[in-house]
Write a protein that binds this ligand. Sequence first.
Ligand code: SF4
Ligand code: F3S
Length: 110
Amino acid sequence: MAFVVTDNCILCKYTDCVAVCPADAFYEGPNFLVINPDECIDCDLCPIECPAEAIYQEDEVPKDQQEFIELNAELSKQWPRITEIKPPLPDAKKWDGVVEKVKYLDTDVD
Ligand code: SF4
Ligand code: F3S
């Protein structure tokens, strides 16, 4: 079992989650973070840290966001690891709570 970053992280990317992860399991893309399911130790520290409430345990991911389980697994193999908090994206407040942001997901590798 692992934790999964979901839709509401996109275009917000607050990164508070990174600061508490004992496993350094987060990976960073241009406008989204993901968790490597093989590295997450299921400690349950990160969900409460996320201002966007975007992190769920795998078996609690909402039905309409199931695709994020695979996206976390795949993108964490391509993106660089992130271990330190950084400023959120400039329009994070504006995008926080907007639904179905997956169409804006940028999968580029920096
Ligand atoms: Fe890291 Fe724990 Fe969150 Fe897994 S549940 S990503 S180990 S902080
Ligand atoms: Fe994203 Fe929340 Fe972390 S918005 S970067 S999962 S703190």
